[in-house]
Design a binder for this molecule. Sequence first.
Ligand code: TZP
Ligand code: MG
Length: 212
Amino acid sequence: MRHELDLSLYLVLDPVLCGHIGMEATARLAAAGGATLVQLRDKTADKASLISKGKALKSALAEYRIPLIVNDDVEAAVEIGADGVHVGQGDMAAAAARAVVGNRLILGLSVETEELARAVDPAVVDYVGVGPVFATATKPDHKQPIGLDGLSRIVAASPVPAVAIGGLKQMHVASVLSAGARGLAVVSAICGNADPQQAAMGFAREIRKVRT
Ligand code: TZP
Ligand code: MG
């Protein structure tokens, strides 16, 4: 059985943006505030340091019963004992990643277009990450933002649940969920906040409000 997947509030950790208190403290605070999923996204770490950071995060998040997803590196995800892995279009192909991680891990895939969303095999991929919805300094090389219209078209084309990403703040919760996304993935709105717990609580409150 794969870990139950709740995409509602997906914290993506960035070592620079989380620098003021560090990724583990940020993850703990966000988990206490209502994050439902956490991704380790560290483009600067070498493999050994990615694995050691991942193991520390995995045991911290186990206390909150929140899954840890590792970005880009499928082998590191397995070595860490993470709950899942997230790959982009330029990383290991989804089918190959699934073959490496087996059926127990969550597998996420970034899709930027309707065509890519339609090509997703639901037997392989558990969720798609869709974005950037808005322009963001967190990913300087990002493609043209898709906007809320693009988000709803891509979500509709996907055979698996979608999480939106890119420039998302608390004020976007209602529009992103009504575009059909199951949740919001955020970096700077939580990592870059002086109080990550309050920031996560703000998102979680808004998500509950929209859903009731
Ligand atoms: N992929 C598309 S946008 C993005 C990633 C990893 C960064 C989102 O960061 P932020 O700070 O939530 O805009
Ligand atoms: Mg990647």
